[in-house]
Design a protein. Structure first.
Lengths: 332, 344
């Protein structure tokens, strides 16, 4: 569960000891930070180019779509639910955006809004079935994963490409010197953190995830908040799809976003969000996303052969998850 | 059904297989293309024992339903079958070898008279093919050969890679004076990927030995091609060539180069792939540095899907087909338009 660290009243500048203590606390709560720092150090020492600005920019851009979906998904998992349909929703969102921009010659704004509407619709179906009908989120979203993929392939059996220079803005432009996807991801991360820390609904997310019945008896609407999170997750997945479509200037219904649901869930769980609900933080999610992005990039820079890369990725993930789990217990 | 933790590698395989399918082939058996030894002898045996018969139904079992080729292939094969007064059945294997086995077994039980199948696991399909032949059905293997079969539809994956490697090497020698840097986007997970990769790398390194090979990265889809190419470009910003085992992966590399500031018409850059995928063909046609694709014609494959089983039914002695792969470049506008029309 997120904990807010606040300075004592009237004390504007924390002492070095307090800063050091805060850093240690952060490490205790997020041991993945240590793993990430070590990994970055090793990659820099071995490749010599890992920390080059161009490479860091590439990592950030690659990780942006993951972060955009990981944040709302993390909130959903904290509230005790799950959405496995995000990979297919991403594909459908990208296809709708690409179709509107490329074949219907709509403005980029209309194309993106169309994608978001489709994502919201998928999320709403998930939310209604899971939150109001009480069906298993695992089963429902697994079914939607397949159904939405089938729908995408039925509607768009052939690859879409050439969406025009206007639509390329979404994935290729820079805002305040930052690549647009990274800027959007940063906004999503900040919004997620503020929501959890400041909004009453944010606190409700934890309460519902810890004990749904107790939350209900406390007067919390245990359906509305998770339902909204399903919708937001669908919207985020569709937005990520539109961004990917813009970056690649093409989308293929059958393969776009395939396996993405597991990658994003891995990032969320690596970041310390409990699959059983009730605990997690946006900082942890960010670390999980960066961990996956840096690992993939570093192994490529090192030219590690394919199968060794797979083994290294699997091992690193297990090690990271173990540290995230045992770290806080060992340092208590 | 949930995806396995290794879904990404599975999707790569599917993508590649799809490409393979696209590449596949053509030509009518009547063209007299040579078939692998086993296939030919089996076909002759099958033809001899079956004699002449009339086919009214052909089952096409193409397992990689997520690939764009699937929709194109079904559309074109259905049309080709209709022209010959044959109806076409299809399976929905969803890239699952287990599902494929179940569907094929059902067809054999129902005695679908002719089955054209692209086995996901050739060894596992052998027994089903044998049961089909024992039941008097026609079995055509797509993308390879089985011991038990009436005929096959083959593609030379190695040749596709070789064509691309040769073209890229020729360009490097002419435009870069035989110097520069190349990155290969490869596949080592399935046989056809390994063959394409080998053809591409062997041909290039043999003909352009002065070009430094700075990366060989597994990538068959555009996302992976993009992220791997970005990483390679961070280390080698002066990279000149990206050659892909699929057009999809190469297209990701194409986008990565553009995003690092390379002009789409840069004279010192070459990107090439394999399959003849529409986005890549369009990029070639537009005169960008995406310069070549080793392409397969879906119409040729569709014709073979219908004509090979019909040839077996007609008792032809060598009904198998070898689908040609051709390299298309900037000047091949007519070929590109034709391929794009087939994919429309």
């Amino acid at each position: 569960m997120t904990t807010a660290t606040t300075a004592p009243a009237g004390r504007l500048t924390p002492s070095p000891r307090a800063l050091a203590g805060g850093g240690l606390n952060a490490l205790r709560r997020h041991p993945l930070l240590l793993v990430l720092a070590l990994m970055v150090l090793v990659f820099q020492l071995t490749t010599g180019s890992f920390l080059d600005p161009g490479n860091l920019r590439g990592i950030a851009t690659d990780a942006a779509t993951l972060a955009i979906v990981a944040v709302p998904l993390a909130l959903l998992v904290i509230s005790g639910y799950l959405d496995l349909s995000v990979g297919s929703t991403l594909a459908l969102g990208g296809l709708v955006a690409g179709w509107l921009a490329g074949q219907q010659h709509q403005s980029p704004a209309v194309a993106v809004l169309g994608a978001l509407a489709v994502g919201a619709a998928v999320g709403a179906v998930n939310g209604i079935l899971c939150c109001y009908f009480g069906l298993s989120a695992f089963i429902v979203t697994l079914g939607m994963l397949t159904a939405v993929r089938g729908l995408a392939q039925q509607l768009f059996p052939l690859p879409l490409s050439s969406f025009g220079s206007g639509f390329a803005w979404l994935g290729g432009s820079r805002i305040a010197g930052i690549d647009a996807p990274v800027f959007i991801a940063a906004l999503v991360l900040v919004a997620g953190a503020l929501f959890l820390a400041l909004a009453p609904s944010g606190r409700h997310v934890f309460a519902i995830g810890v004990n749904r019945e107790a939350a209900y008896l406390s007067g919390i609407n245990i359906r509305r908040t998770p339902y909204a999170l399903f919708v937001v997750t669908g919207v985020a997945a569709a937005l990520a799809g539109a961004i990917k479509a813009s970056v690649l200037d093409s989308v293929v219904a059958g393969t776009s976003g395939a396996g993405f649901e597991l990658t994003v869930l891995t990032a969320v769980l690596l970041g310390g969000v409990a699959l059983t609900g009730g605990s997690g933080s946006i900082l942890g999610v960010l670390l999980g996303v960066l961990f996956l992005g840096c690992l993939q990039n570093g192994l490529t820079l090192l030219s590690v052969p394919t199968f060794w890369q797979q083994m290294a990725q699997g091992t690193a993930l297990v090690a990271g998850a173990a540290l995230a789990y045992f770290g806080p217990r060992l340092t208590r | 059904m949930t995806r396995s933790p290794y879904a990404s590698s599975a999707s790569r395989r599917q993508f590649l297989a799809l490409s393979a399918g696209v590449a596949a082939t053509t030509a009518l058996a009547a063209a007299g293309c040579s078939a692998p030894g086993d296939g030919a002898s089996a076909a002759e045996a099958a033809g001899a024992s079956e004699g002449r018969r009339t086919l009214t139904k052909i089952g096409l079992d193409y397992p990689f339903t997520q690939l764009p080729l699937y929709a194109t292939l079904v559309k074109l094969s259905t049309a080709a079958a209709k022209k010959r007064d044959v109806s076409l059945l299809t399976t929905s294997d969803a890239s699952s070898a287990d599902t494929q086995a179940t569907n094929l077994t059902t067809w054999v039980t129902q005695k679908v008279p002719a089955i054209v199948s692209f086995p996901m696991v050739f060894e596992a399909t052998e027994a089903i093919a044998k049961r089909a032949l024992d039941a008097g059905l026609i079995w055509v293997t797509y993308g390879g050969s089985l011991e038990h079969q009436s005929a096959d539809i083959q593609f030379s994956f190695l040749k596709g890679g070789t064509l691309l490697g040769e073209a890229a090497a020729k360009w490097a020698n002419e435009e870069l004076g035989g110097k520069g840097k190349v990155a290969f986007l490869t596949d080592s997970t399935i046989q056809l990927g390994r063959e394409r990769t080998k053809g591409m790398i062997d041909a290039f390194t043999k003909l352009a030995p002065g070009v430094d090979v700075v990366a060989q990265e597994q990538a068959i889809d555009p996302d992976t091609g993009l992220s791997k190419s970005r990483a390679v470009l961070a280390k080698h910003p002066d990279l000149n060539l990206i050659l892909g085992v699929t057009d999809a992966a190469a297209y990701g590399g194409f986008k990565a180069l553009q995003q690092t500031g390379r002009k789409a018409t840069d004279a010192k850059t070459f990107v090439g792939g394999q399959d003849g995928a529409a986005p890549s063909l369009l990029a070639i046609k537009q005169g960008t540095f995406y310069r070549a694709s080793a392409a397969l014609a879906p119409q040729d494959i569709a014709n073979a899907v219908v004509d090979v089983p019909l040839a077996v039914a007609a008792g032809k002695s060598n009904p198998s087909a070898q689908v040609p792969i051709t390299l298309v470049g900037r000047g091949d506008t007519a070929s590109i338009d034709d391929l794009l029309a087939q994919n429309a």
